[in-house]
Write a protein that binds this ligand. Sequence first.
Ligand SMILES: [Zn+2]
Length: 265
Amino acid sequence: MNLSSCKIYIMTDMEGVSGICSEDQCTRDKPGYDQGRIWLTQDINAAIAGAREAGATEFVVNDGHGSRPHILLDQLESEGVTYEMPKSGAQYMPGLDETFAGVFIIGAHAKAGTRDAFLDHTQAPLGIFDFQVNRRSIGEIVQVAIIATHARVPVLMVSGDEAACREARHDLRAVKTVSVKIALGRQRARALPPVVAQQKIRAAARQAVRSRAACRPFPIRLPAEVKIVFQRTDVADLHTNPHLKRLDGRTITYPIRTARDLLWV
Ligand SMILES: [Zn+2]
């Protein structure tokens, strides 16, 4: 691959950002939120710096945490960087295409129901009990990997809490992970100081770009069946699209023809 055109797509979330140890710090208008935004932006900058050291030159940064925007654009690295926000459906990572060498996920969290995971959830914390593709239970990390598969792009690196890193290594071949904290139950964590965590993110990003040939797009058999088990029947009631099938009080399914349609509901 021509290093002069190496592009990295950076998907972000907030629960797994360095230094964030309470839900307030990733919730708009709560105490500590302003600090959480700074650490989010610094984590992204660390990843960009490391990737640049390995030859990456262009970056698209996706402000993925709910109730966006959160990233401080005037503090974000600027050279070769553009910014976007996700929508549901086929627009989750709108700028990602076949020209990218890989995806980083910064600030990741584990899927709903994971033990010893900081703020584990899948999409809305009170909405989804389990999200399955072809009968395999997955969280947001693998969702990103599957959508990236549509552009034939692999996930190269994940940073987040220890549980998110474990999940990434379990599901994604040759991915580099950076654990920035360990959950103490769902609501608290013991974290590295952000400056230390960001040194690790920078080093892992550098290695991830250098060794990207070992990674592969996530394998998915298509067309696929998505099954969502909601926590409550009234949340399932909200999904009335005729392409969905309601299996029981809590459960819907829908078919997808392409990986990009994963979050189509
Ligand atoms: Zn989030």
